[in-house]
Design a protein around this ligand. Structure first.
Ligand SMILES: Nc1ncnc2c1ncn2[C@@H]1O[C@H](COP(=O)(O)OP(=O)(O)O)[C@@H](O)[C@H]1O
Ligand SMILES: [Mg+2]
Length: 268
């Protein structure tokens, strides 16, 4: 097995000294893996990624318990720029690109940690092969791109630096299935050809399970289930509440899922 790159142990994150958003989260990512984190709205997925990348401090949140270890070093509650220097890059849920800059200008915005000049040019060429569409749109203002193109640009920008761990928050939200499939294929290519480790946060279990080597299910800030694709895809709860395979193939509504969560909390 490849070496452990990221180890999150019993993590607790509290906003404004009052709101506990995640509690007792333990997860890990091995080098070259795609790790999925799935859960419904408000489960704590973004909080987890922000804590790993250090951006939680912006919202007055702190890691109050547990640890985050990256390449053998504790990084929890470090400054975002210091964490970026270690090789962790976040593609956030919102504000992924600079809307007033063109595609080419977005790609030229230096993202930490920097690659040396020649390496950066080589990486940019490689990245443009992953996303040929971006080449054709070089001079388009990013604010005018479609949702899918914007996601491509956000990933491309994150790759033209010395990234070792890529954190991707909700890539599929609001996109057509065919666009999502294409983005997921690119993530697999990035993992395979660049050897970059990816933590992929998704509301869509189908999307995450299709590409992740190992996944964790988050509910109310806690991990309730984890396993590889085969284990999770065949798990009854996942089948019923996340993949919507019960109920004659109809996807369960969010209300149903919430009722399920409530019943689990009270009786489970
Ligand atoms: N800026 C914030 N201030 C206070 N509480 C927040 C903030 N952001 C998120 N939370 C809390 O953390 C919980 C998890 O939110 P989040 O991590 O955004 O979930 P997800 O990304 O899974 O939808 C929410 O229920 C909310 O109560
Ligand atoms: Mg989120």
């Amino acid at each position: 097995m490849s070496t452990l790159l990221l180890c999150v142990d019993k993590l607790e994150v509290v906003y404004q000294r009052a709101i506990t958003a995640v509690q007792g989260i333990t997860l890990s990512a091995r080098e070259g893996q795609i790790v999925g984190v799935l859960g419904t709205n408000g489960a704590g997925k973004s909080t987890l990624l922000r804590a790993i990348s250090g951006f939680h401090g912006i919202d007055d949140a702190r890691v109050t318990e547990g640890s985050i270890v990256f390449k053998g070093r504790r990084i929890e509650n470090s400054e975002p720029h210091a964490i970026a220097q270690t090789g962790i890059v976040l593609v956030p849920e919102r504000d992924k690109v600079f809307p007033n800059l063109t595609v080419a200008e977005n790609l030229a915005v230096p993202v930490a940690p920097k690659l040396a000049g020649s390496e950066r040019r080589r990486r940019e060429t490689q990245v443009m092969q992953f996303f040929p569409k971006l080449g054709a749109l070089r001079n388009r203002t990013a604010g005018l791109l479609s949702g899918g193109e914007r996601q491509m640009l956000a990933i491309a920008t994150a790759l033209v630096c010395r990234v070792e761990l890529l954190l991707v928050d909700e890539l599929s939200l609001g996109l057509a299935p065919v666009v999502v499939d294409d983005l997921m294929a690119r993530l697999m290519q990035i993992k395979r050809e660049l050897g970059i480790t990816i933590v992929l946060v998704e509301q869509s279990a189908a999307v995450a399970l299709a590409v992740a080597d190992y996944s964790y299910v988050l509910e109310n800030g806690r991990i309730v289930l984890d396993g590889d694709k085969a284990r999770l895809a065949s798990h009854a709860d996942i089948q019923e509440f996340y993949l919507g395979n019960a109920n004659g193939g109809q996807r369960r509504s969010y209300r149903d899922v919430k009722q399920y969560r409530r019943s689990r909390r009270w009786y489970g």
